[in-house]
Design a protein around this ligand. Sequence first.
Ligand code: MG
Length: 313
Amino acid sequence: MMRRRDFMAAAAGAGIGAASGGGSARAAETSKGKAVLKLSCQEGVMAGRDLKEKLDNLEELGFAALEPHGGGLPQRVDKYKQALEGRNVKISAICAGFQGCIIGVDPDDRAKAMRTMKEILTAAGQLGSTGMIIVPAFNRAKALPHKEARVLLTGFDRWDRRKTHDPKPLLVELGEFAAQAGTRVVLEPLNRDECYFMRTLADAASMCKDVSSPGMAMMGDFWHMTWEETCDMGAFLTGGDYLHHVHMASRRTRRIPTTDGDADNYVVGFKGLKAIGYQDYVSLECGGPKDQGERKKVLANCVKLLKEQWEKA
Ligand code: MG
């Protein structure tokens, strides 16, 4: 009997995979060309005492992009633009940084989320970012029940029926805003310890399908996927064309990959990224050694490991 992993590999080889019910997402092997491994690193994870040192290390270690935090980003746009001048480093995604909760019980909480998300999206567009990462509701938030929240976000109460909405479904409004700003909203599924609303890549992709906007996207984070997904490759295939960012951490302790030895295996996931012709960034979001010199060494080993595993995939 064919093991699941072998089946997924065979399916990807045959071009089966990311086709959705609506037929809008497809295995992008043919549509986008060959996938590329472009490494990114969150600003707080990169070794270095300030932005300049971090960017120097980023380039030296072979990373292609930096992922800044979204908090106060509108005030830091010029700082990043100046720091990136003459470098080969780009801005990948912007990690959250908004306030409020987009599916909060309190309408003021929702309005605050929409307002602050739009401020960050404008800044993200100015920096040429892949998109702003959002989590609709953490477990600690006072959020609406699942079904109500989903209708509020996408307008759909079943796959073929969008309820008329005044105002627009929130993610439709946000996706349009993001597209106009030249960037995207990127939904991030988290593990059950952090959120219940959206835990799998398929669920996030399903919302992108409902919203159906060039400004609407989703991502996968290997750390959360370790908890929630049955197959890394299968998860990325369900993301298909909606997948525009990936987070990476070691698989047992959420530190820089290589920290957890043999557990830090991403080959099956990378096969999925290759099958969908992934063109965006794989970005480190994890802890690391306090000592900056030590951190730089571990980051160098991590880059080596990820490149080797990408070749194997
Ligand atoms: Mg993450």
